[in-house]
Design a protein around this ligand. Sequence first.
Ligand SMILES: [Mn+2]
Length: 305
Amino acid sequence: MLFYTHNPSKFAFSQDRTDFEKLTISKSKPGAKNNQKPVFALLGVPFDGTTTYLPGARFGPAGVREASYNFERYNLTWNRVIDSLFFDLGNVEVIHGNFKKTCIQLQDTISELLSGDVTPLLIGGEHSISYAMARALKLHNIFNEVTVVHFDAHMDMIDSYMGEKYSHATVMRRISELNPRRIIQLGVRSASYEEKEFADDKGIEYYTAATINDDINQIKELLSSINGPIYLTIDMDVFDPSEAPSVGNPTPCGIKSHQMEKFMLILSKKNVVALDVVETASDKIGDLTSVNAAKIILDFICLQE
Ligand SMILES: [Mn+2]
């Protein structure tokens, strides 16, 4: 090493983008053997154009990257060192105030990663950006086999919110219309009666934060039993506001980080084809919401074989 430096605008323990380009170019050469080790690429999406209550999710990517330097490469709980092919590709260009154009650019970028057999990891931005992820998976003809595991305080199942079809509050409704194999909502504790009826009608499985707190083993068994590809989408407001206060819609009585750690231990060993962590709206360095969001990504990366 020539210099002892680090770059807080790049996620901790991630590799350089130039190495990613070399890797993907060598993979695409005729006769190249497929690299057996999975490749993960992180993208920041600083978009908060549909936020309706507390603004600031555009600062999520910067906040979560900065907070990632609060952690060690070694995880004492699991006695594991981060040793994955994990690249930070920077932020996707967003068009502030224009969801449709942002969604197309994001979908194209994710699609490119999926074509190269690279697993996309997104840092939001508010939750509307998850629609681009689902669309890209649909484009690659795998969405119908996908189980969407959705951590959130809210069902996000309303058909339109303040007259808008595409919004952080409607995102799971739009995703459900793309016909995934299954949707499991975890930690939910806020919905309109219409959203609940829609979920019941469509066979969407949901478990409230109270259920998780009462019987975490039931949820661990449920997650362990999932077969096939998983799209994991985590709204940071699933946490209790005492552990993640800086979100667009703070909602009391949420789940705790020690519970999420147990869920990540199970989910990281499954076939997770896409992951996003959204709604971090930290406005200062070292904010607890960013720290917990960074931990989710680091746990996921650390647990990869
Ligand atoms: Mn939410």
